[in-house]
Design a protein. Structure first.
Ligand SMILES: *Cc1c(COP(=O)(O)O)cnc(C)c1O
Length: 557
């Protein structure tokens, strides 16, 4: 018994440390999966191999060796195998729709569509309001049908060559113009549509890096960003060779905006850009953009404002809350911004904009190649072919909702967010982090007898999908229109969950609560990363039936 418990602790340490790699829970699929997997591991008990593996890992670490030897490598592999056994797409229910090769003759469209409908039932229902991330849609189903119609009209068109489809170019120009106007840009403001927030961020970092190289010969670039920045900036630094310097927040609990003096101290002559978020994802607060803009101007470094999540809701919140902090191009020093149409813009997935205060910056984003036998090549962003669907859907979405539609949504969302945060504040022992400026709310427990992650576990047992956060341990809510109808229910079930955890102290020693509790013991990031990569590889490699998955699959049924 004792040793099973000890082994679980090790498993927990490692499983949860994957989560720790994600500064925000929303964007790393793995984080969500890991929590589920850990529940599974806990409930079925720990298989020997994992115990051995983790004991091995922990033993291997203090020596400081970060390369795995062959046996450990194998152990990591078998643990990854075990941990992904019941995770989709390896779940038996998914196996009946599994194909390893093309059907010899095509299936009928009805059969294919019914398979899709079946698969869809395995996913969360985005309209039920049970989850607090990922899906940003209008509550009305007919709106989705309308977006689909718009998208379908242009689904085969390609914005790869800006000359080939003038309609796509025109729509993209409209979308960029509308977005820039919303975000305080003047006539010089410009930008590009991209496939999402991450691509927008990658492009801005690349543009600022190349500009610093050209104008100041910066060959060892760094960027100074808040610890609350979205992990897409880590990705950009990794891809583009830009060193990252993290600035802490002013106060973890009272004021989770980035500390501007701390940012100032991290700047040197190789700093290519500064970053503020509007709002940052973990706690929904807008960094002090006017102060960052002033710092940026004083040091002659461009400031990027990441408004991926806020770009299409803050301008509308301002209509009825005029004291909202300033965050956009109207603030001197703001050189570029990212804003996602597929978040609070409510368009279909695959659309975002990256914007610049002028061509002075954007020119460094473009890629050109003139030596190709296939012709002169110019591409604005990461992608080659760019589907017409997301462009048409975003154009249709903006025009159809219009200012009044977005303001109406923003009011509903903010009323719901207020109801939720007041509800949380009214529950003894819970506390909202900072003063959220928009519709993202996070909260923690100030009562030592209430483990907030145990509360999350209890909530998930009753059908909610909860976003867990770290540093400090907390629960995150991104409020959407579909939450209006379930906010009261959420608060009353939350109050019950808190009471249940307070009355059952052992809940804090189980499930994700125990897992996160072990995070402090994470040994070595290299080991965790190796584990993570194998875990990811397994997720994207369905088990063969011979390996013990359901054997009902067939390539032609
Ligand atoms: C969602 C988000 C991103 C990344 O956007 P993706 O579309 O998921 O790539 C970046 N920054 C913030 C603040 C976000 O919330």
């Amino acid at each position: 018994m004792e040793s099973a418990r000890a082994r679980f602790s090790y498993a927990s340490t490692h499983a949860s440390s994957w989560v720790s790699l994600a500064r925000t829970a929303e964007h790393v699929i793995v984080a969500a999966v890991v929590v589920k997997v850990a529940h599974h591991v806990y409930s079925v008990g720990l298989k020997k191999s994992i115990g051995k593996l983790l004991v091995g890992l922990v033993r291997a670490v203090p020596g400081g060796s970060s390369t795995l030897d062959a046996t450990l490598e194998q152990e990591v592999d078998s643990a990854a195998k075990l941990l992904t056994k019941d995770v989709q797409p390896n779940h038996p229910k998914m196996q009946s729709h599994r194909f390893d090769s093309l059907p010899t003759t095509g299936l009928s469209r009805e059969v294919v569509l019914s398979k899709l409908a079946d698969l869809k039932r395995a996913d969360i229902d985005s309209h039920a309001g049970k989850s607090w991330a990922y899906v940003y849609s209008q509550p009305d189903n007919t709106f989705d049908d309308f977006l689909a119609d718009a998208s379908n009209l242009f689904m085969h068109e390609n914005a790869l060559n800006p000359m080939a489809f003038p309609a796509l170019r025109k729509m993209e120009n409209d979308i960029v113009r509308i977005s820039a106007t919303l975000l305080g840009g003047d006539a010089r403001a410009c930008g590009t549509m991209t496939s999402g927030g991450t691509e927008s961020i990658l492009m801005a970092v690349k543009a600022h890096r190349d500009r610093a190289l050209k104008l100041r010969n910066v060959t060892e670039p760094n960027m100074v960003i808040p610890i609350t920045a979205h992990p897409a900036f880590e990705k950009a630094g990794h891809y583009f060779g830009v060193q990252i310097r993290h600035a802490p927040v002013t106060n973890e609990l009272e004021d989770p905006r980035v500390s501007v003096p701390a940012m100032a101290k991290l700047i040197d002559r190789n700093t290519i850009m500064l970053l503020g978020s509007a709002p940052q994802y973990p706690h929904g607060v807008i960094d002090d953009i006017p102060a960052l803009g002033a710092l940026a101007l004083a040091r002659n470094i461009p400031l990027h404002v990441d408004a991926c999540v806020g770009g299409f809701i803050l301008p509308f919140i301002r209509k009825f809350r005029p004291d909202l902090p300033r965050f956009d191009f109207s603030v001197p020093g703001v050189a570029s911004m990212s804003a996602d149409l597929h978040k609070y813009g409510f368009s279909s997935k695959g659309s975002s904009v990256v914007l610049y205060s002028s061509e002075e910056y954007r020119q460094y984003q473009f890629f050109t190649y003139s030596e190709w036998p296939g012709g002169l090549f110019i591409s604005p962003s990461m992608c080659g072919s760019r589907g017409g669907g997301p462009i048409a859907a975003a154009w249709a979405c903006l025009l159809s909702l219009g200012e009044s539609g977005y303001v109406q949504s923003a009011r509903l969302i903010m009323d719901t967010a207020d109801k939720l945060s007041n509800g949380v504040r009214a529950i003894p022992g819970l506390r909202v982090i900072g003063k959220p400026d928009a519709c993202l709310v996070s909260f923690l427990s100030t009562d030592p007898t209430v483990d907030i992650l145990a509360v999350a576990d209890v909530m998930e047992e009753t059908g909610w999908r909860i976003e867990r956060q770290r540093k400090p341990s907390s629960i995150h809510l991104s409020v959407m229109p579909q939450h209006a109808k379930i906010a009261d229910k959420f608060i009353s079930e939350l109050a019950q969950a808190v009471n249940k955890v307070r009355a059952n102290q052992q809940l804090a020693k189980a499930g994700s609560a125990a897992m996160y509790g072990m995070i402090a013991q994470i040994p070595d990031e290299k080991l965790i990363e190796s584990f993570l990569v194998k875990f990811m590889a397994r997720l994207y490699t369905p088990t063969r039936p011979a390996e013990g998955g359901a054997s009902t699959s067939s390539s032609s049924n």
